[in-house]
Design a protein around this ligand. Structure first.
Ligand code: HEC
Length: 251
């Protein structure tokens, strides 16, 4: 007969040894489970799932509606159309690098004769509404400095009630093609803005004629229309240094 069998103290100790061993293994299992958890899915991966599903749907819909044969046929038609198209002449803006030989030559060029341009007899009647509409759209650029209503401000002199705007057409064309610097008196007030106005010669003859016709017939101004041919006649001015009020024809 085993003397330990009925020893309560020994039974008690054995129970705790067994329980302790169980706990150690349970703890080990818990640690293994904690460190072996599967990677949590990132937000990006989760968001990509519906995207891939949508893309698969779109691909399937496209494949059902656009057969490769139909695409090939359409490509052929378009290619033929492109091949028979006439290229459109692109007007390159004149670029003259400051300080270059070309710039020096232009600065030394003799003054243009503006009398013929200003001698054009103005047509009777109001300006062409289509030209005015195009001019108004182009004026958005000028409005940045001269104001929505040509009122002028701290950046630029006014267009409204300016004797220069209502005066000789060649002045306006030359200001736009060359820019303007130095002191200028507009409606009895002298302006001399630092840097002056930069040339805006990249616009086409039609665009310049339109915007100038617009300012000559808006904001209370009333004067003859400007014709694209008048702008074209002064294109040789492009690239010359900013013009000064002294070089302009007195209004
Ligand atoms: C970046 C600002 C700026 C823009 C944009 C601008 N101008 Fe000017 N403009 C000026 C400044 C500054 C002067 C005065 C220059 C000086 O002090 O010599 C001036 C002067 C003038 C003058 C002569 C003075 C007067 O008020 O009558 C006319 C005309 C003129 N600009 C027309 C135009 C037109 C047309 C456009 C658009 C195609 C235009 N400007 C765009 C700044 C600008």
């Amino acid at each position: 007969m085993d003397p330990s069998r009925d020893n309560p103290l020994l039974r008690f100790a054995t129970f705790w040894w067994g329980f302790g061993t169980f706990l150690i293994f349970a703890l080990l299992l818990a640690v293994i489970l904690i460190f072996n958890q599967p990677e949590p899915t990132s937000l990006e991966d989760a968001a990509a799932v519906p995207r891939y599903a949508t893309r698969a749907k779109v691909d399937a819909a496209q494949a059902a509606n656009l057969s490769p044969a139909a695409l090939d046929a359409a490509t052929l038609v378009l290619a033929k159309r492109f091949a028979s198209m006439k290229p459109v002449a692109v007007e390159k803006p004149a670029q003259v690098i400051p300080g270059s030989e070309t710039a020096k030559k232009l600065a030394a060029a003799p003054a243009v004769d503006t009398t013929a341009i200003d001698a054009v007899t103005p047509e009777d009647g109001p300006p062409d509404p289509a030209v005015m509409a195009a001019g108004q759209a182009s004026y958005m650029l000028c409005a940045a400095c001269h104001g929505q209503n040509g009122e002028g401000g701290v950046i630029a002199p006014p267009i409204a009630n300016s004797e220069w705007v209502k005066g000789p057409i060649s002045n306006l064309i030359r200001i736009q093609l060359r820019g303007l610097q130095g002191a200028i008196t507009v409606a009895g007030k002298e302006y001399n803005m630092p840097g002056g106005m930069a040339a805006l010669s990249y616009q086409t003859d039609e665009q310049i004629a339109g915007v100038l016709t617009y300012i000559r017939n808006s904001f209370g101004n009333k004067a003859s229309s400007v014709k694209p041919e008048q702008v074209a006649a002064l294109r040789s001015e492009v690239g010359k240094p900013q013009i000064t009020a002294a070089e302009l024809t007195k209004p």
